[in-house]
Ligand binder design. Structure first.
Ligand code: PMP
Length: 400
């Protein structure tokens, strides 16, 4: 009965790793997936995560019961504090509902499903370009997806005018997806002044902000600094959505731990919204897993572990920034034609190199370097040892 099923294409991002795994070359390099690697090219489990897990396994009072539909209460409380700030007016006024979801993706999906059921406007604007999963997550949630201009290839920077024009002509009430920091794939973020202009425009048109916060702490190395755009929008008293992921900043990728927060007008609305979120979640996966959320709650509520986390997080962010400098220097040393300053200007895990899909295929074929076809490379997958190989490949690709 399934003979008619046609083979689906590989996921454009995860498929890069599938191709990489098949390549027998000893020099192969995977810069496709945005997962942090050490200078030795190994995945990293943070020390604070090991410590928290140690505490958890040694606590014999812990059981494996189901969590509530909305997840672990302490995790939700700490997650809201992390993104909004401990003294956030929205938290103090009990206007926020936070539910634990399956990492960033699951938080976006639950938020999208809630909006499709309970919000009067079905249109969501996403930046062009954006993380490839966004359009699929939101359209399958029942929203109608449109794009707003974001990136200008000629400057390799923000198309701020285009962004303001597109959001300015969006229908009143439309939802707007915003990357809280470290925009994926471009590495281009608005300045705080630009954020405030975006906020004013959005509030004046009643556009509903939906922040995707997958890289808090990874952009600047500071959790608070990276949350500033979200906090700007909270400070004006308006409503918003935030999807948080602990995949990158705590390295909990496979634990699938994240949170959806909805800031409402008052405590009563927030509690009714939460009751409806439960109806979205219950038939989808019933309730979220316990282990990852317990790790996060343990780290975030303990002052020493929290401080240690900020140091480890900063070290990851700094290593990425150092990779940017090394790659930039290596291209300069080779006299590679073109202006490569965007490599050091862009923010977060990725560099949007400007290489086209043909150049990317050449680098994969000749140099065994794997990346998405839009020319995005994960700086977190590079090391001092592999920078020269990448620089050789880029040089060859652009001088061919
Ligand atoms: N949003 C953005 C912008 C991302 O880059 C990612 C991860 N690549 C996610 C959301 C979701 O990641 P996860 O579901 O692993 O938390």
């Amino acid at each position: 009965v399934f003979a008619h099923v046609v083979r689906a294409p590989e996921d454009p991002i995860l498929g890069v790793t599938v191709a990489y795994n098949k390549d027998p070359s000893p020099n192969k390099l995977n810069l496709g997936v945005g997962a942090y690697r050490t200078e030795e090219g190994k995945p990293l489990v943070l020390n604070v995560v090991r410590k928290a897990e140690h505490q958890l396994v040694n606590d014999s009072t812990r059981v494996k019961e189901y969590l509530p539909i909305v997840g672990l209460a302490e995790f939700n409380k700490q997650s809201a504090k992390l993104i909004f700030g401990a003294d956030s007016p929205a938290i103090l006024e009990n206007r926020v509902t936070t539910v634990q979801c399956l990492s960033g993706t699951g938080s976006l999906r639950v938020g999208g499903e809630f909006l499709a059921r309970h919000y009067h406007e079905r249109i969501i604007y996403i930046p062009l370009p954006t993380w490839g999963n966004h359009p699929k997550v939101f359209s399958l949630a029942g929203l109608s997806v449109k794009t707003y201009r974001y990136y200008d290839p000629s400057t390799r920077g923000l198309d701020f005018q285009g962004l303001l024009e597109d959001l300015g002509s969006a229908p009143s009430g439309a939802i707007v997806l915003l990357h809280a920091c470290a925009h994926n794939p471009t590495g281009v973020d608005p300045t705080l002044e630009q954020w405030d202009q975006i906020r004013k425009l959005m509030r004046s048109k009643q556009l509903l902000p939906f922040f995707d916060s997958a890289y808090q702490g990874f952009a600047s190395g500071s959790l608070d600094a990276d949350a500033q755009p979200v906090r700007l929008f909270v400070a004006d008293g308006g409503e918003l959505f935030v999807a948080q992921s602990y995949a990158k900043n705590l390295g909990l990728y496979g634990e699938r731990v994240g949170a959806l927060s909805i800031v409402c007008k008052n405590a009563d609305v927030a509690s009714r919204v939460e009751s409806q979120l439960k109806l979205v979640i219950r038939p989808m996966y019933s309730n979220p897993p316990i282990h990852g959320a317990s790790i996060v709650a343990t780290v975030l509520k303990d002052r020493d572990l929290f401080n240690e986390w900020t140091i480890e997080l900063k070290a990851m962010a700094d290593r990425i920034i150092s990779m940017r400098q090394q790659l930039f220097d290596a291209l300069r040393a080779r006299g590679t034609p073109g202006d490569w300053s965007h490599i050091i200007k862009q923010i977060g895990m990725f560099t949007f190199t400007g290489l086209n899909s043909e150049q990317v295929s050449f680098m994969t074929k000749e140099y065994h370097i794997y990346m998405t076809s839009d020319g995005r490379i994960s700086m977190a997958g590079l090391s001092s040892r592999t920078v020269p190989h990448l620089a050789d490949a880029i040089h060859a690709a652009v001088t061919r």
